[in-house]
Design a protein around this ligand. Structure first.
Ligand code: EPZ
Length: 422
């Protein structure tokens, strides 16, 4: 188990490059299954989850060639229409191969992802949507078997009107990809509005798909016969951006994000302003300056454009040292407060009641050994370690490597005292 050892108390200062967005790159990599041509991607982040997705696609027959942050994927020789359990269990986003496989090949066999630390995370909406488009789906031995009936049908999915009972990011992405090659028009209602959905739609349009309304809660897709290759640059990671901004605010520092996008950080920047930070955005630069103790900030997570659940844990580290109390409500996942126990070990005063955490700010945290439980909880503990007095050791940081490219190198560049212990 690798660990990170952090000496707290140093304000972060300087510039940091923001990498490509993990949650845009993952669905876009799956889009390579929709065409026999080559999908040429740039600004792909160097992350464990990206490597896992690449392995999954290669075992299906996709040809992958990586060069730094460039990745070429060619789906001409796909021969295995399956995502096995041992790969899906390590990364739920593997379910994103389901829609493209059924759309292009008329069948797929994808392991049910199972739950994860932050919640049960079912995929019933993905399945319901494909059934509405004519796929016959049955679940057996932990696998989703999907088949488009050939007899009497074109063997292709058909357009449908699909209403999401719950806003689902990958549910929207899976069905948008499936609809791109279906016969007829599909309308996704109560669709996810996340910027990563828009980035996927931009990539699909570059491949010849006919999609409109992405970024709103109603997306219309008119299926086409075939899709072709394209060039696409992955958008910047808004959660990585938010994570570094919160770390700078918590340590009372002054940093500039490079290659970022301020227009998709609205609620994060607004909440940082409430906490007392001065934030300025110019083009692809976002600058944050913070002096003194943060003010407490109440927040409630909800689907985009509201405050993102993926930033809740990071903000809790900031609220833990604020000069007052704050209420934090997690409405997306049923178990996304596992960082609370670990923050308490550092001296934080937090009470949890259901999906609400009451955080009473303390003047300082004391370094200790803590354990990462999921990707964003790990980021929260790193931020807490950056402000705690003395040394904090964060264990099980493989969670962190899934979603943050070279995090200790980037933090060291900003002046943090942080090192990886084998
Ligand atoms: C995506 O997960 C992100 N992952 C998550 O980021 C993010 O936290 C989440 O969206 C919410 O923004 C990727 O994009 C790869 P959902 P996803 O479907 O799509 C329920 C990270 O840290 N639901 O939007 O799996 C579900 O249980 C990760 O990078 C159903 O009930 O989330 C949850 O309560 C963590 N049935 C809610 O909807 C379904 O079929 C939202 O989930 C699908 C979802």
């Amino acid at each position: 188990m690798q660990k990170l050892a952090i000496q707290g108390g140093i304000p972060l200062r300087g510039e940091v490059h923001i990498s490509g967005a993990k949650n845009a790159a993952l669905p876009i990599m799956c889009a390579s299954l929709l065409t026999a041509d080559t999908l040429q991607l740039s600004n792909v982040p160097d992350l464990h989850d990206i490597a896992t997705m690449r392995k999954l696609l290669e075992q299906m027959g996709v040809k992958a060639v990586a060069q730094g942050n460039e990745l070429a994927l060619q789906g001409g020789q796909v021969h295995k229409l399956e995502a096995p359990y041992d790969m899906v269990k390590t990364m739920r986003a593997s379910v994103l191969v389901l829609g493209p496989l059924v759309a292009r090949f008329g069948e797929a066999r994808v392991s049910l992802p199972g739950g994860c630390a932050i919640g049960s995370r079912p995929v019933d909406l993905h399945i319901k949507g494909l059934q509405a488009m004519g796929a016959e789906i049955h679940i057996e031995h932990g696998y989703i078997h999907a088949q488009v009936p050939k007899i009497g049908g074109s063997g292709r999915l058909k357009g449908a009107r699909i209403f999401f009972d719950i806003v689902s990011v990958t549910g929207t992405e899976n069905l948008m990809m499936a609809a791109a090659l279906a016969d007829g028009v599909t309308v996704l209602e109560n669709a996810a509005r996340e910027p990563e959905v828009v980035d996927l739609a931009n990539c699909l349009r570059a491949m010849g798909a006919q999609i409109s309304g992405d970024g709103s809660d109603t997306i219309t897709i008119t299926g086409v016969e075939k899709l072709h290759g394209a060039l696409h640059r992955i958008m910047p990671d808004r959660i990585e951006s938010g994570t570094f901004l919160v770390a700078a605010a918590a340590t009372g520092g002054s940093i500039t994000l490079r290659d970022a996008r301020a227009d998709i950080l609205d609620t994060i920047l607004e909440k940082l302003g409430e906490a007392g930070a001065c934030v300025r955005a110019e083009g692809d630069h976002v600058h944050l300056e913070m002096s003194g103790r943060p003010r407490p900030v109440n927040l409630r997570t909800a689907p985009y454009p509201a405050f993102p659940t993926d930033m809740q844990a990071q903000f809790m580290a900031l609220n833990a040292i604020a000069d007052g109390s704050s209420m934090m409500v997690e409405t997306i996942f049923e178990n996304r407060f596992m960082h609370v126990q670990e923050l308490r070990r550092l001296g934080a005063q937090i009470d949890v009641e259901g999906n609400t955490a009451l955080v009473r700010g303390v003047s300082h945290l004391d370094g200790a050994t803590v354990m990462a439980t999921d990707l964003r909880a790990s980021a929260c503990l790193v931020i807490a370690g950056l402000v705690a007095q003395g040394e904090t050791v964060v264990d099980r940081i493989y969670h962190l490597d899934r979603g943050y490219e070279h995090i200790e190198a980037k933090l060291s560049q900003l002046g943090a005292s942080i090192r990886r212990l084998k």
